[in-house]
Design a binder for this molecule. Sequence first.
Ligand code: SF4
Ligand code: SF4
Ligand code: SF4
Length: 162
Amino acid sequence: MAIDAQKRRLFRRQPSSSIRPPYSRTDADFTDLCNRCQLCIPTCDTGILIAGDGGFVEVDFTKGECTFCGKCQQVCEAPVFNPEQAKPWSHLAVVAHHCLAFEGVMCQTCRDNCDVTAIRFDLHAKPAPTPHINPDLCNGCGACVASCPVQAITMKVPTSTD
Ligand code: SF4
Ligand code: SF4
Ligand code: SF4
């Protein structure tokens, strides 16, 4: 028991950029409180939960999107979730410059997969319309990530310099 507590503190010291299931507490709290039972992995509607570093569960948006079905929360017996928090998570979609549209290719696949219309295209951009994410609308669901043919979309927590 004492060793387990020691291990938890060890993991807590490691800064992590992993994305935890929606409505998880801070990453430090998550790795402190999660018992790594991994019960949530098979319950996930879209199969996007994986065992990450140290056996802690994280989201892999290359596998699909989060539907916010809530099953990961329902099955979890540890206090790692805070359903009262205003947003499911703090990351947003970000488009990298190797997006085909910036190369002049007519591609709007990501927009077609965004249910909340958070991706708009600048129709005046030359040689082709280019995508822009509306941070007020993006809910971080990740539906755009797997849809992009060149993996140009990643999830990022905005900083004051963005
Ligand atoms: S809310 Fe549903 S789809 Fe999203 S990570 Fe949890 S189980 Fe998977
Ligand atoms: S993460 Fe979801 S809500 Fe945000 S731009 Fe992509 S598809 Fe739209
Ligand atoms: S799907 Fe990918 S390549 Fe196509 S416009 Fe969107 S970000 Fe660019």
